[in-house]
Ligand binder design. Structure first.
Ligand code: NI
Length: 255
């Protein structure tokens, strides 16, 4: 069975057919989904979805795009939400220097603060990092986030950096980008990193893999991602599904 480690089914793109779609995903072989928050409002929505569906778990947190408005009391909201036992991670949190929607110093501040609460709550973190590889890794290291571990979602860094993350016990999240023709750097990472360090994800509704590139993404597309990993690593499709499933259960402490 497939473990979807990163999706945003609270996104408004799913408003027209959310329930029908989610109910159909078990038939597509999906066992569990982590629905990931991006701000306080969506974190509440993640918990709502986790309450409604047995196979959905929640991650809660504020994305670097949204931290420009973050306040101390938002940390309290996250801590309160985390008391629900199907909240299994803090995320997505991190740094985004590609869009720079929030000032960089503000991004760093709230990244550190949210790592702090993850450590207090003993929850792993889901990291978003874009064009900010060095600062992200430095903060992970100096804040001793390895105590809780986590996953670098939609990994886009170098192989060398991926090795450093795995040394700290972090997983590498691999999504639709792996099926893109120009994804040579990511293909190298996937080839060389042990399957024991890889999680698979869609980041739905974004980043649909080939052959559905450009369309709305959903977890039924994970098969294309797993197939590509299987080709690159020269291991069976079933091994990719089963081992990445095991990795996700270990990280998020699910059954
Ligand atoms: Ni995401």
């Amino acid at each position: 069975m497939i473990f979807e480690s990163h999706a945003h089914y609270d996104d408004e793109q799913f408003d027209i057919d959310r329930d029908t779609l989610l109910e159909g995903l078990t038939e597509e072989g999906i066992e569990y989904i982590i629905n990931v928050g991006a701000n306080i409002k969506s974190s509440y929505e993640c918990v709502k979805l986790a309450k409604k569906y047995d196979y959905i778990y929640a991650a809660i947190g504020v994305h670097p795009h949204d931290v420009k408005h973050m306040k101390e009391q938002d940390l309290e909201s996250l801590i309160g939400l985390a008391s629900y036992d199907k909240v299994v991670a803090i995320g997505e949190i991190g740094l985004d220097y590609y869009y720079d929607f929030s000032p960089r110093e503000t991004q760093k501040l709230w990244f550190r603060e949210q790592i702090k609460i993850a450590k207090d709550l003993e929850l792993p973190i889901i990291i978003h990092s874009r064009d900010a590889a060095k600062d992200t890794f430095d903060i992970i290291k100096e804040s001793e986030a390895k105590q809780v571990g986590g996953v670098v979602h939609c990994y886009s860094g170098s192989y060398e950096m991926a090795v450093e993350y795995t040394k700290l016990g972090f997983y590498i999240g691999v999504g639709g980008v792996i099926t893109f023709k120009n994804a040579n750097k990511l293909k190298e990472v996937v080839k060389k990193i042990p399957i024991d360090n890889i999680l698979i994800e869609t980041d739905s509704p974004y980043l649909a893999p080939v052959p559905n590139r450009g369309k709305r993404n959903d977890s039924s597309n994970l098969k294309y991602i797993a197939q590509e990993i299987s080709n690159i690593k020269n291991i069976s499709y079933d091994d990719v599904i089963n081992l990445s499933n095991k990795n996700a259960k270990r990280l998020f402490r699910i059954d």
